[in-house]
Design a protein around this ligand. Structure first.
Ligand SMILES: C[S@@+](CC[C@H](N)C(=O)[O-])C[C@H]1O[C@@H](n2cnc3c(N)ncnc32)[C@H](O)[C@@H]1O
Length: 268
């Protein structure tokens, strides 16, 4: 059993995992899916709840998808999702992206989404991905870059909640702006023909801004708040005011939030 990632700050509550589970191949996986063909062998590193994993499995069937995650509950969730969807080509196991339990040159394609910004040594992880990819194989990496996010309207306590979120990530040793470094990490690992572009995920409709605020509040309530208070990064009073600010924010007709991501492709 691999050692638990000590720096994973988001936790595995309903808010956090529900957010991951809203991802799908037609959106967050599209940049990579266009390079997949039936019969390929794909590795998905840090599969989380597995919605992207299962989407890729449908595309490359009967080729196999191997999904790994450091967290056994996420491995189980992905396996259950694959079973429910009748996908017989998905195999899931608990493993660390730092020490993939596969031989060199094992996979035609490797995918990573929203993992590298959540760990302490993303450059080591990219080298490990390169190792298990076959010569000629393609890797797709999608990673957030929080410094490039936009939000409106804001006020001091709302802005403080965003700063606290980043402080908690830094406290966990995360590179919360790793998106901008993905191309460089791929270059250093040995990838060629690297392509990278920035994209936004936007929340503007009344439904979306309310859902976004609820997601943030859930993450704060499940983990960030308790940990931030325990670590002396905030006080109970400030924390309560931040939650109120997030409850009020989506009621402003101008509420808008957009998160920045980098989608990168590289070949071995
Ligand atoms: C934000 S979720 C992303 C899930 C999925 N890839 C997606 O985009 O929806 C990050 C996942 O990375 C996993 N993770 C964190 N550290 C890891 C490590 N060292 N090795 C493998 N997985 C890891 C977490 O357990 C979590 O499930």
């Amino acid at each position: 059993m691999p050692e638990k990632e000590p720096s994973y700050a988001l936790g595995y509550g309903k808010g956090s995992v529900g957010w991951m589970a809203s991802r799908h191949v037609g959106h967050q996986g599209a940049f990579f899916a266009q390079h997949l063909k039936a019969g390929m062998h794909l590795l998905d590193c840090g599969c989380g709840p597995g919605t992207l994993t299962c989407g890729f499995a449908e595309i490359i069937a009967p080729g196999p998808v191997t999904a790994i995650d450091i967290e056994p509950s996420q491995v189980a969730t992905t396996a259950a999702r694959a079973k429910d969807l009748g996908l017989a080509n998905v195999t899931c196991r608990t493993a660390s992206i730092y020490d993939l339990p596969f031989d060199d040159n094992s996979f035609d394609a490797v995918f990573v989404s929203a993992v590298l910004g959540n760990i302490a040594k993303p450059y080591d992880a990219v080298k490990e991905i390169y190792r298990v990819l076959k010569p000629g194989g393609v890797a797709g990496i999608r990673e957030f870059d929080h410094a490039a996010n936009m939000m409106y309207p804001t006020n001091p306590i709302f802005a403080r909640s965003i700063e606290l979120y980043l402080e908690m990530r830094r406290h966990s040793g995360n590179a919360e702006n790793f998106g901008r470094e993905v191309k460089s990490a791929m270059h250093q690992a040995g990838f060629h023909n690297i392509d990278a572009k920035g994209v936004y995920e936007s929340y503007a409709s009344e439904t979306d801004v309310h859902a976004y605020a609820e997601g943030i509040i859930a993450i704060f309530e499940e983990m960030f708040g308790v940990n931030a208070i325990a670590n002396g990064l905030t006080t109970q009073d400030e924390y309560d005011a931040m939650i109120k600010a997030w409850r009020d924010w989506p009621n402003d007709p101008g509420a808008f939030f957009t998160t920045a991501w980098v989608e990168a492709l590289g070949w071995k």
